[in-house]
Design a protein around this ligand. Structure first.
Ligand SMILES: NC(=O)c1ccc[n+]([C@@H]2O[C@H](COP(=O)([O-])OP(=O)(O)OC[C@H]3O[C@@H](n4cnc5c(N)ncnc54)[C@H](OP(=O)(O)O)[C@@H]3O)[C@@H](O)[C@H]2O)c1
Length: 302
């Protein structure tokens, strides 16, 4: 039997792409008490206890944490618009850094374990894929805020786990479409899509990440863990795998270079996260991309 009986888990960012799958997972598991929190007035997931929260506000974090008194706080909330962060620096910093500082402060007051989600964007992408011990060197403002969020947790003294992940996709039902859904919808509509050939990583299926989060909670594993996918691919290769699986017209996919997109934020190109530590310590065993596409086909009716 799992050692989670009566465990109280506070999920922050529960309406986000990852947060909603994590909330559904713990709702189904039944042997934990959860409180879901996010920025919207209402929960996207029905049948769970929900509070609206703005993690930038110390008093709101304090109220939620002190009232629910969780054993574990999983923070999936973040300012995640990489290009937007270049123009909205103050907002991105307040959510990604001050927000995490607020969570750490009140978690420490009640000795809760904080599990926080970070990103491969803390690296410059010159020589990835990366181990947990490699030196960060963010090249975008978003990446700087994510690295600063890790540092806030580490200096706070709170019991914490930092999960670094990259290119999330999966069967989240609410909010903006993920990359897979976007590719499938665009190609089915006969639209041409321009996809970069020079961004490399190991896309992470959200439900594999949920498994990793749960393993970290169950084992009270502290420290930094890379949680990425099984397959290392360029974005162009990933797109072709999606088109092949769903029998779509690959001639609509045009290969381009990242620099041709003229995006406000630079992207780490040769990135990705090596997952040996999670495999060894968490029994983490992610699906292949093709397996995950089959799961998405069934779950979303794609
Ligand atoms: N998506 C990826 O490819 C990727 C890759 C690497 C790492 N990550 C990290 O993984 C985590 C989850 O990402 P995701 O893609 O699931 O993000 P997401 O879909 O953008 O969800 C983030 C959630 O946080 C909420 N939020 C924003 N500001 C808030 C505030 N001040 N107080 C409370 N909630 C707030 C958002 O609400 P609103 O929608 O109303 O703003 C949203 O529900 C993030 O930490 C992200 O940095 C993501």
């Amino acid at each position: 039997m799992k050692n989670l009986i009566n465990r109280r888990i506070l999920i922050i960012g529960s309406n986000g792409m990852l947060g909603q799958r994590l909330t559904e997972f713990y709702k189904r598991s039944g042997d934990v008490e959860i409180l879901a929190c996010s920025a919207e007035d209402e929960s996207f997931i029905e049948g769970v206890e929900y509070r609206k929260i703005d993690i930038r506000e110390k008093s709101e974090v304090k109220n939620v944490v002190m009232k629910f008194f969780p054993d574990v706080i999983v923070n999936t909330a973040a300012y995640t618009n990489v290009d937007g962060a270049e123009a909205e620096k103050e907002l991105a910093w307040k959510i990604n850094v001050v927000g995490v500082k607020n969570i750490a402060r009140f978690a420490q007051a009640i000795d809760a374990h904080v599990v926080h989600i970070s990103s491969d964007y803390i690296f410059d992408g010159k020589n990835g894929p990366y181990y947990e011990t490699d030196n960060p060197n963010p090249i975008s403002y978003y990446g700087r805020t994510k690295l600063a969020s890790e540092n806030e947790l580490m200096v706070s003294g709170v019991r914490n786990s930092i999960i670094r992940t990259n290119v999330l996709y999966g069967p989240a039902k609410y909010g903006r479409p993920d990359f897979v859904k976007w590719v499938v919808n665009s190609l089915r509509e006969g639209k041409n899509i321009r996809i970069v050939t020079d961004q490399f990583g190991n896309p992470t299926f959200i439900d594999d990440l949920v498994f990793g989060i749960d393993a970290i909670i169950e084992k009270t594993a502290e420290g930094i863990y890379n949680i990425g996918g099984k397959d290392f691919v360029t974005r162009f290769e990933f797109t072709n795998l999606i088109a092949e699986y769903f029998n779509l017209d690959k001639s609509l996919i045009t290969p381009i270079l990242t620099e041709e997109l003229h995006q406000p934020a630079p992207r780490p190109l040769k990135s990705g996260l090596l997952i040996e530590k999670a495999v060894a310590e968490l029994e983490y065993n992610p699906h292949s991309i093709v397996e995950t596409l089959s799961i998405m086909e069934k779950e979303l009716g794609l």
